[in-house]
Design a protein around this ligand. Sequence first.
Ligand SMILES: [Zn+2]
Length: 372
Amino acid sequence: MTSTAPRPAVPTGLDLSADLLTLTRAVCDVPSVSGDERALADLVETALRPCTHLEVLRDGDTVVARTALGRARRVVLAGHLDTVPVAANLPTRVTGEGPDAVLWGRGTVDMKAGVAVLLSLAAELTTPSDDVTWVFYDHEEVAADLSGLGRVVERHPDWLVGDFAVLGEPTAGGIEGGCNGTLRARVVVPGVAAHSARAWTGVNAIHAAGEVLRRLEAYRPATVSIDRLDYREGLNAVLISGGTAANVVPDRCEVTVNYRFAPSRTADEAIAHVREVLAGFDVEVLDVAAGALPGLGHPAARAFVSAVLGAGGPAPTAKLGWTDVARFSALGVPAVNFGPGDPLLAHRDDERCPVAQVEAVHAALRAWLTRA
Ligand SMILES: [Zn+2]
């Protein structure tokens, strides 16, 4: 359907049995910028409540719905309801027709097309092959301590129990497994202040920081292969500051470094590695978050990979940026990202997603969850 007929500006209900394009547009056309997810969460809860095969739970603006069929395995499919601020790109619009149709607007990539796919399947699949927990959460696009998923991890960890999880974040319809961890540390290089006219009476901290930069420049980051996915690491200076005035030898220079590390390393191992590379310097860890293992060796994950490949999807790749899959990993649930939309178009004013990709992701997940 590529009708350009006038539509109500903001939908007042979600018809989960509608075709995918109609449902995706409805989900996108309810604005839900982080902190303002209530209206959409209410519509999601209202639409799921009549599904007698689902138990529906709610915490704040997070809605969880789950089957209880007594299956041997339980899988978790999750997506966030919030978006970055709207940039005059709602309501949605469609260009092209048939296989070339493209849906434009805030959230079409990150990640309401994914949410629409999950909602459609949640309502349709009354007897999936595995028990399924569907999670629609708030506050993903803002500071990590506000995350609705993090809140549920703390308050109701039992809601997220499962053998394997899929996050519907945009991956252009391919599987991106696990994610790298991230560490930030501040390296403080001391000196002795002096008037720059008599510089020999001081010690220049900015010059002394040169050794930190040389070590980082010479550093050769590893690529770690896990489940045949390549996790490329990186150790970089990302901020530098020092000096107090144009006629003063600086007595302090700070270099902030960011280490992106493979999910096979623990947070403690990552800290030890950075301290080793920068031995002799004062390294203060600012924050660290471990990555997530892809878990593609798990039987539930193998069936998922087969379904995606069977639907013509690309081979799995490693997710490099830190994502909410790590929250599942911390609960012992291996997780991957899989959703419609080119991640490079996320958050852009011209955010848009091919309708065929939404349908392909839907078909792959449906095949996986209805396998014999
Ligand atoms: Zn997202």
